[in-house]
Design a protein around this ligand. Structure first.
Ligand SMILES: [Zn+2]
Length: 68
């Protein structure tokens, strides 16, 4: 196997792994609505299905916090 072929093979494997990961994340995530504790703006978050608390930064005021 040439160096070029080895590099292409490695890139292909990485790409496939990333694609699998992306699919897994999509399937395991859910969308939740969280209200900012500082300004009250609604923020839509992507969270793990079983996540209780999700860290997020308010899109309106930039306050970093956790959803309840
Ligand atoms: Zn806010």
């Amino acid at each position: 196997m040439s160096k070029q072929a080895m590099r292409e093979e490695t890139e292909r494997l990485v790409r496939e792994a990333l694609e699998r990961k992306t699919v897994a994340i999509k399937q395991g995530k859910t969308r939740i609505e969280a209200k900012c504790g500082k300004c009250g703006a609604p923020n839509r978050l992507a969270a793990e299905k079983n996540a209780v608390r999700v860290k997020f930064t308010c899109k309106e005021c930039g306050q970093a916090q956790q959803s309840l």
